[in-house]
Design a binder for this molecule. Structure first.
Ligand SMILES: Cc1cc2nc3c(=O)[nH]c(=O)nc-3n(C[C@H](O)[C@H](O)[C@H](O)COP(=O)(O)OP(=O)(O)OC[C@H]3O[C@@H](n4cnc5c(N)ncnc54)[C@H](O)[C@@H]3O)c2cc1C
Length: 375
């Protein structure tokens, strides 16, 4: 059997490992437009900060692919899929498949105020982009990071570690609006302020331009700031352009069922490119879980994916932050807060059932809480 996996991220590699847990006979080919072995994408910010050499964040080196009898095509770009003739086409000789997994991940979104390219304005998703940021940061003293989400905060801290004055610009009134409520975000903000990071919250960016070697960032309330460089961290969009002419069903991402199948026979999807029950997770643990499920399903095992727990663990500037599950407040929700020296914990329950939790300062219960919420 010929199995093709588009992608070489966590979803793709988890799938390949899961297939090899069951059998070694099929031919597996993985295709990636990056020219690298599988690395821990979230740890790119450590690399950006100069804290980890790139080799330290590689998860699977060349030997892993050899040992698992996997053919990895690096620097190879898929441009289309011919599902009628079961072929994957791109910058390589057309490849036939019996089973196909699409694990093509996502790329940074460009907000409406940004018309790329603009000098000294960047996004961060790949090592190549991190290298460009590092090269420019060496000649800069200040940076604005547009977007106060997980990646924005980690990027701001990485650049401050390189000696730049980092300012986070966020449209929302508080940081990490997807992971924290207002109370817990203000605690994190205070801790980050102590580490030298600056904030412009509740600011809607309306335009970006190059002015006399600086980046001018204008806001809809009329104000503006000038910085030496800018990183845009405004969410991601799935890498699905190559499916344009296929009959694969697309919602916001590639729609999959509880067995990770698309609407077409023997075509599966997992990770940041996939949409399950209207949800796109955009986080590492979900991409890993979906990849594992897809691998088991491709190997002929029965799987029943029920969705992933929306969970995030962040360590920035030495501060541990974790957010698990759902922290929306309904009339029936009870909230318990524990706040003591350097540690903040907030639990959200429906009756006796824990549905969400936010932890700052001590995240040692993270996996336990994840299991409790999932179970
Ligand atoms: C800097 C950074 C920090 C992050 N921090 C966190 C964090 O703290 N916690 C967390 O949970 N998540 C974090 N994330 C998100 C997390 O990294 C992703 O959710 C996860 O990597 C998704 O994995 P994936 O395998 O679905 O896709 P990806 O890792 O995006 O991999 C997609 C693969 O597909 C390939 N590809 C795409 N299109 C094509 C094509 N046309 N042809 C050939 N190959 C193609 C790419 O080369 C790549 O190999 C972070 C992301 C970044 C960038």
């Amino acid at each position: 059997m010929k199995i093709i996996i588009i992608g070489n991220g966590v979803a793709a590699n988890s799938a390949a490992s899961a297939i090899r847990d069951h059998e070694r006979e099929s031919d597996i080919t993985m295709i990636s437009d990056e020219n690298l072995f599988f690395y821990a994408r979230p740890r790119l910010t450590e690399y950006l900060a100069g804290k980890s050499p790139f080799e330290k964040i590689i998860v699977h080196d060349e030997k892993w692919y050899e040992k698992n009898n996997i053919d990895l095509l690096r620097g190879a770009r898929v441009s289309s899929i011919d599902t009628e003739h079961r072929m994957v086409c791109g910058s390589f000789e057309d490849l036939p498949y019996d089973k196909l997994l699409i694990a093509s991940g996502a790329s940074p979104s460009f907000p409406p105020f940004y018309n790329p390219p603009l000098e000294k304005v960047f996004v961060l998703r790949t090592k190549e982009q991190a290298d460009r940021i590092i090269a420019t940061a060496q000649q800069c003293r200040s940076a604005a990071i547009i977007g106060g989400g997980l990646l924005g905060i980690e990027t701001a801290y990485a650049l401050s570690e390189r000696g730049l004055e980092s300012t986070i610009v966020e449209y929302y009134k508080w940081l990490l609006p997807r992971q924290l409520d207002e109370d817990s975000a203000s605690i994190l903000q205070e801790l980050l302020l102590q580490k030298g990071i600056k904030f412009l919250l509740g600011k809607q960016t309306s335009s970006l331009s190059n002015e006399n070697g600086k980046i001018s960032i204008s806001f809809s309330d009329g104000g503006s700031v000038y910085v030496d460089m800018t990183i845009i961290s405004a969410g991601v969009r799935p890498n699905i352009a190559f499916l344009r002419d296929s009959k694969i069903s697309i919602g916001r991402g590639i729609t999959i069922d509880n067995q990770m199948r698309t609407n077409l026979p023997d075509v599966y999807a997992a990770g940041d490119c996939a949409e399950f029950n209207g949800k796109m997770y955009g986080i590492w643990p979900a991409a890993k879980e979906q990849g594992e499920m897809a691998g088991h399903a491709i190997a002929g095992q029965s799987v029943d994916y029920r969705g992933s727990v929306m969970s995030t663990k962040l360590k920035v500037a030495g501060i541990d932050v974790a957010s698990v599950g759902d922290f929306s407040i309904a009339p029936s929700t009870t909230v318990e807060v524990l706040h003591e020296e350097g540690v903040f914990k907030k639990y959200f329950r429906e009756g006796n059932k824990l549905k969400g939790a936010i932890l700052i300062g001590d995240t040692s219960d993270y996996f336990k809480l994840q299991n409790e919420i999932a179970g």
